[in-house]
Write a protein that binds this ligand. Structure first.
Ligand code: SF4
Length: 324
């Protein structure tokens, strides 16, 4: 009988550039069990670009940014959807495909942006700015989405804001995303004060140091970074846009100003590109592990539920975004 490392050798080939051989046996057993459980339960795993490579490349069926995951969740035909990402992503999947069982492997997988605003905050904003449309980043709870006119992601925020055909919008909760979009559009944007705890830590000084230490490096920055970081970068876009940029332009040397695992996952697909890796980890994304994905499938936990009176209104805001 072959041992588990030998049986999973083909999977290891996908990630050998970013996972040392000595670590593989610690993953192989869970990976094999998860693949088996997916078949037994007719389940799919949706993994965000910030998940670690052994999840992203070895057990996920669908990978991408939050926009791509939302679209795929809507049409998933499996009985069970496991969201390898954070809680708001699992809620979005449930909103868009309510008949399915949606599991989040760790309930503590939150988000500093989602935590920065409540439904009550939006009701107060509406009183303060009567008649102004509310554009809400998908990195929010279903309660907050339910109070919103339309959702957006970092990949479609400008198009969503401009689709409303109004001179002024409230865009929340990410202050930096709002400021970065405001720089690209004539629509006046009223921002909230939320921040992504991963991206807010990048500074222009980091970029200057990287350029000095790694001459010729191409710098890509996520739009959740502060505007002065985006201004010093060579390109700014969502995780999907950054990944496309690397595939299209094939810069010899690149740095992605975003969560750590993103570089590992893109590097696997582009061995010809040298990745410089400043590392800012998202502690919420890292709550998801092979072990708790396995437990989620074995024990059917944690099932995501949304109160019907919230779900209907929140779904509308997400669906309006998907129609843009
Ligand atoms: S990277 Fe930032 S926006 Fe994404 S889940 Fe983590 S805290 Fe939230």
């Amino acid at each position: 009988m072959l041992n588990v490392s030998t049986r999973t050798a083909a999977l290891y080939d996908r990630v050998r550039r970013v996972i040392p051989p000595i670590e593989w046996p610690t993953f192989a057993d869970d990976i094999e069990a998860i693949l088996d459980l997916k078949r037994q339960r007719n389940a799919v795993i949706l993994a965000h670009n910030y998940q670690t490579p052994e999840i992203f490349h070895c057990v996920a069926d669908i990978v991408g940014d939050s926009l791509a995951l939302a679209r795929k969740a809507m049409t998933a035909e499996a009985d069970v959807i496991v969201l390898a990402g954070v809680h708001f992503m699992a809620e979005t999947a449930k909103l868009l495909n309510p008949q399915k069982t949606v599991l989040i492997p760790d309930l503590r997988a939150g988000c500093s942006l989602a935590d920065s605003i409540t439904a009550e905050d939006i009701r107060l904003l509406r009183q303060r700015y009567p008649g102004v449309s509310v554009v809400t980043y998908v990195n929010t709870s279903a309660d907050v989405k339910a109070e919103s006119d339309i959702c957006c992601t970092s990949g479609n925020a400008k198009a969503v804001v401009e689709s409303l055909g109004v001179p002024r919008v409230i865009m929340l909760p990410d202050e930096y995303l709002a400021q970065n979009i405001a720089a690209q559009t004539d629509v006046q944007i009223i921002a909230w004060k939320g921040r992504c705890e991963v991206h807010e830590r990048f500074t222009p000084a980091d970029i200057r140091q990287l350029r000095e230490d790694h001459p010729g490096v191409t710098v890509l920055a996520h739009p959740e970074c502060p505007p002065e970081v985006v201004a010093e970068a060579d390109f700014s876009g969502s995780t999907a846009a950054m990944s496309d940029y690397v595939g299209r332009q094939k810069p010899p040397r690149v740095v992605l100003m975003t969560e750590c695992s993103m570089s590992d996952n893109v590097a696997v697909e582009h061995p010809e590109v040298e990745f410089i890796r400043p590392c800012n980890l998202c502690p919420h994304m890292k709550r998801i592990t092979l072990a708790n994905i396995r437990e989620a499938l074995e024990q059917n936990r944690h099932v995501v539920t949304i109160a019907p009176e919230i779900a209907g209104r929140a779904r509308l805001a997400v669906e309006r975004m998907l129609a843009v």
